[in-house]
Design a binder for this molecule. Sequence first.
Ligand code: PRE
Length: 272
Amino acid sequence: MAAVTLGPEGTYSHRATTAVADDGEIDFRQSVTAIVDAVDSGEYDRGVIPIENSIEGSVTESLDALAEYDVAVVREIVTPIRHALLAQGPEFDTVASHSQALAQCRSYLEREYPDATLEAVASTAQGVEFARDDPSVAGIGHPANAEDGVDLEVLAEDIQDQDSNATRFFAIAPAAERSTGGGKTSLVVYPNANYPGLLLELLEPFADRDINLTRVESRPSGQRLGDYVFHVDFEAGLYESRTQAAIADLEELAEKGWVKRLGSYDTEHVVE
Ligand SMILES: O=C(O)C(=O)C[C@]1(C(=O)O)C=C[C@@H](O)C=C1
C-alpha cells in the first residue's frame, strides 16, 4: 500500500504514517493540499494529514483541502508532540520550523530567544534540514531528527508550551474507499445561507438524536465575507440510522449548498 504524507522524512506526519502504513512505501509532498490532491487523483491509496493541535487548533489548510477535494477519511491518529530545538551549536539567529510548531513553542521562544527571527517553512523536518545546512539556523522538530546526519545538537527538549501537546491526524483514501465501519464521523456542511438561528438549526439534528458532537469548526467559504463552511465531527457511525436521519435534515437545511460525507473511522492513539 503506497502512502503519501508531509515531507521530508522525519516529520510528525511521517511518524503518524508509519503507524498506519508500516508495511508499504511512503512518499512525501511539501504541502497538505498536494497530499490530498495526490490521493484524490488515485495516485496513492493512503495519505496522512495533520488536522488539529491541542495548543494551536486547526490546521486550516487541511480543513480547506477536505472541503475542496473528494477523499474519504478512514482513520484518526492522535499522537503526543514533544518538540526539540536542534542546531549546529548555540550561536544561531533564526529558528525555522512549521508554523504550527513555532506557535506550539511560542512562550518558550519568546522567553529564551526573544531576538531570534522565526521562519515558517513547509515542515518541521525541513526546518531541521535548514539547520543542518546553516549554522545560523536552528530547527524545531522531533529530537530523533538530530540522529539522521552529522553536526546537529539537541539544544533543548520538550520545548512545547504545554506538556500534553498532541496533534490529531486523518488517514485519507480515494473517495470510493469510504469505510462502512467506525464509531466517529466527519461531515462538511455548506449551507450557502445566512439567517438568524442558522447555526442552531445545523446543530439540532444531532441534539435531537442524542449524537455527541466532538468538534464544530467554521471556515470561510471563500465566496464572500461572512459566508462559512462548517466541519462537524461526532460520535456515531455514518451508516447508523440516527446519523442518516440527521444528514437528511442537514441536506434539507443546506438545499442551496451541500453536505459532504468525509467518512467514518476509528481512533488510534500512537505514543512515541
Ligand atoms: O511539520 C511536521 O512535522 C508536520 O507533520 C506538520 C505538523 C502540523 O501541521 O501540525 C504536525 C504535527 C505538529 O503539530 C507540527 C507540525
